[in-house]
Design a protein around this ligand. Structure first.
Ligand code: G2I
Length: 332
């Protein structure tokens, strides 16, 4: 947990090498987080690693629509509450994930065909979920993955886009601000880490929101990356968003490789982690990095990309990988 706050010993140990990721991150005023799930909180090594190394957590699945509002107007906050309680006890900040997303959406939402009805449903969902956690979260992914992967980076054809129209995005941000005036409101997406047509499209949207006074405070660059393919312009990309007046977070970092890992691949992965973490540390408005999982043991990667994995900084036995030490060094 976030024990790395000011203490009577600070003057004494400030100059010693930090011994955990959160110790190092706190000295740069950054958050270092991990996607966390209640499913594994009963495992001592999982919890111990989380509490020792990280000062921020993101619920990996527990705040998604299918879980929080499985039936119209029926809300279930039990699994997410457990994580938020744990974070509070450990003095970790919480990033909410996610209010509006086409995936892991409760199936009943996909049945709605009337524009006013879906708008009402979306606003109620945001009011209830963000309202439930009002004042308790650092930030929210308000809308996730609203752009597609076509060369034009068009708006993704989700139920929200199709039935409400592209205004669903600003309506979601307005509803989120109303529900929680403290949490930073983020737009979150993948493949927007470097400068490319998709990050250009997000950039144009954020610029437009800022110009028109639509509430937005941050952009989440997911950072689901491939070994040897870290974009070289992550820092420049972060800087252009920062100049629009929003914070930047790396929200879901992992760097996958063909399994099994070898010393060579692990060394290359460490160099890739250095690139991402040091880009964030170099940009004043990049306020944190969140890894998409505590350990390779439970990463989403092998399930979605058979033959790939070993994408995080702790291996399947919770041992520190070269990428761990690279991240620790890059945070200084
Ligand atoms: O896909 C990686 C991430 C991309 N950005 C948004 C994130 O929310 C997303 O996270 C992943 C979770 O890590 C997985 O855990 O989202 C997946 C679903 O899109 C999650 O996978 C689901 C599986 O599809 C279900 O079969 C499983 O029951 O996780 C569920 C709970 O373990």
């Amino acid at each position: 947990g976030g024990a790395a706050t000011a203490s009577a010993h600070d003057g004494h140990h400030r100059h010693k090498a930090p011994r955990t990721l959160q110790d190092a991150a706190a000295r740069t005023g950054r958050d270092i987080g991990a996607a966390t799930t209640v499913v594994h909180m009963g495992e001592a090594a999982y919890r111990a690693t989380l509490d020792r190394e990280f000062n921020q957590l993101t619920p990996e699945n527990e705040m998604k629509w299918e879980t929080t509002e499985p039936a119209p107007g029926q809300f279930d906050f039990a699994p997410a509450d457990e994580l938020v309680r744990h974070a509070k006890k450990e003095r970790m900040r919480v990033h909410g994930h996610v209010l509006v997303w086409h995936s892991q959406l409760a199936p009943w939402v996909n049945e709605i065909t009337d524009r006013d009805e879906l708008l009402k449903v979306m606003r109620r969902h945001i009011a209830k979920v963000a309202g439930h956690y009002r004042g308790q979260l650092r930030s929210w992914d308000v809308v996730n993955e609203a752009f597609d992967d076509s060369p034009q980076a068009a708006r993704r054809a989700t139920i929200f886009q199709n039935v409400i129209g592209e205004e669903y995005l600003e309506e979601a941000f307005k509803a989120a601000r109303k529900a929680d005036r403290k949490a930073e409101l983020c737009y979150n997406d993948y493949n927007i880490d470097g400068i490319n047509p998709k990050s250009d499209a997000v950039y144009a949207m954020v610029k437009d929101f800022k110009r028109r006074g639509v509430p937005i405070d941050c952009v989440g660059m997911q950072g689901h990356l491939i070994l040897g393919q870290v974009p070289s312009d992550i820092r420049q990309n972060m800087e252009r968003f920062a100049r629009l007046g929003v914070n930047v977070y790396v929200t879901e970092l992992d760097i996958r490789m063909p399994t099994p890992p070898t010393p060579e691949k692990l060394a290359a992965q460490a160099a890739d982690y250095t690139k991402v973490v040091s880009a964030c540390v170099a940009v004043r408005r990049c306020r944190g990095v969140t890894l998409w999982g505590v350990t390779d043991k439970y990463s989403w990667v092998p399930d979605f990309f058979p033959g790939e994995g070993a994408a995080l900084v702790f291996d399947e036995n919770y041992a520190k990988k070269p990428a761990y030490f690279a991240s620790l060094a890059a945070l200084k």
